[in-house]
Design a protein around this ligand. Structure first.
Ligand SMILES: C[C@](O)(CO)[C@H](O)COP(=O)(O)OP(=O)(O)OC[C@H]1O[C@@H](n2ccc(N)nc2=O)[C@H](O)[C@@H]1O
Ligand SMILES: Nc1ncnc2c1ncn2[C@@H]1O[C@H](COP(=O)(O)OP(=O)(O)OP(=O)(O)O)[C@@H](O)[C@H]1O
Length: 312
């Protein structure tokens, strides 16, 4: 009689990281390095990317699989931000980059909601646990900033003020829960292209960014006042996104006509974010967008949400 022993499962670690909306995004004049100085207020939303990192034999290298809505629009090679995050952490800590990554997308792709950045942040936390490299969060944030301006915020989550390229973060005090609805387009926008259009529209003469401009928004967050927050939403990239996608103007108008407390293009777009009074109100705005054909899909959620966090 032959006995059969099933192979032991390989150790694996699962991490969840959030997408974001920029409650305010103020963009200064382009610098010599091609980046723009920002003052932004990030808020993490309860739409999550999940990354599972599984141990593989020494020398196997990195591999990646992706599922979830819009997974077919995500690269499966070394250009994937999750792959780049594993490589960057291995380089930083001197370990061999051997890991199988599985990404489940829960944030729109190329929608201005930093889904790829959330994958990178989740991968840093997952590989740090799997490889037992034990980096403090502050050091992970340095590796994160090398991967992209939005990656440190996906690590931190909740609500935060971002300065520099958006990578220098200070947590912001908020009260309560906010209801968001997002109009998502199947056809994403390229972040560098939107910044380039911003440069054209401002003829390189954008006004310097000032943290003081955010006082009303910070007050609304501290008070947990969705009406004041709605009135304070702001995005300097919105004219650039609208000039590349004029149809987004109607999506914004429909949300406002539907009683949204505020409506704004999310980050570099083309997602439009509307702040609702309640979950029922969010669903009503979503229904209007759908009925009017103003979005390919609509996603309702709440905020703020936690940053990159181990699930197992
Ligand atoms: C639009 C936002 O999502 C708002 O949070 C971010 O500024 C974009 O962050 P991201 O996608 O992580 O961007 P990165 O990967 O760092 O940079 C991509 C490109 O965006 C432009 N970029 C980005 C950040 C910044 N402060 N200034 C820029 O001009 C640059 O052309 C850069 O080459
Ligand atoms: N893990 C990933 N998930 C999604 N896209 C990725 C990933 N890695 C690389 N990409 C590429 O990067 C592009 C932008 O991805 P992403 O979904 O992060 O955009 P975004 O949300 O607009 O980013 P941001 O708001 O940070 O500017 C995609 O079109 C895709 O080609």
């Amino acid at each position: 009689m032959t006995s059969y022993l099933a192979p032991a499962p390989q150790p694996s670690v699962r991490v969840r990281a959030p997408g974001k909306v920029n409650l305010s995004l103020r963009v200064g004049p382009v610098q010599e390095d091609g980046f723009h100085p920002l003052v932004t207020i990030f808020q993490a939303v309860a739409l999550y990317e999940e990354v599972t990192a599984t141990q593989v034999p020494v020398g196997a290298g990195i591999s990646i699989a992706v599922d979830g809505p819009q997974a077919d629009r995500v690269p499966l090679d070394e250009t994937n931000l999750a792959w780049r995050a594993a490589e960057a952490l291995a380089r930083h800590t001197g370990v061999e980059p051997d890991v199988a990554l599985h990404v489940t997308k829960g944030v729109p792709v190329a929608g201005g909601m930093a889904g790829g950045s959330a994958d990178a942040a989740a991968t840093l936390v997952a590989c740090d646990a799997l490889w037992e490299t034990g980096l403090p969060r502050a050091e992970l944030a340095v590796v994160a900033a090398g991967l992209g301006s939005d990656v440190p915020f996906a690590l931190l989550g909740h609500t935060a003020v971002g300065t520099g390229r958006g990578d220098l973060l200070t947590p912001a005090m908020t009260r309560g829960e906010f209801h968001w609805v997002f109009a998502v387009s199947d056809d994403g926008l390229s972040t560098p292209e939107v910044y380039r259009r911003f440069d054209e529209l401002t003829a390189g003469q954008a006004r310097d960014v000032e943290l003081a401009d955010e006082a009303p928004l910070m007050h609304a967050l501290r008070a947990g006042d969705p009406h004041a927050l709605g009135a304070a939403l702001h995005n300097d990239l919105e004219p650039a996104a609208l000039s590349l996608r004029p149809e987004l103007e109607r999506t914004l108008t429909l949300a406002r006509e539907g009683g949204a407390l505020g409506a704004v293009v999310s980050g570099s777009g083309p997602t439009v974010a509307a702040l609702a009074r309640s979950r029922q109100h969010a669903l009503a705005i979503a229904a209007t967008w759908t009925a009017e054909g103003a979005a390919d899909t609509v996603w309702c959620t709440t905020a703020p949400a936690h940053g990159a966090r181990l699930l197992t």
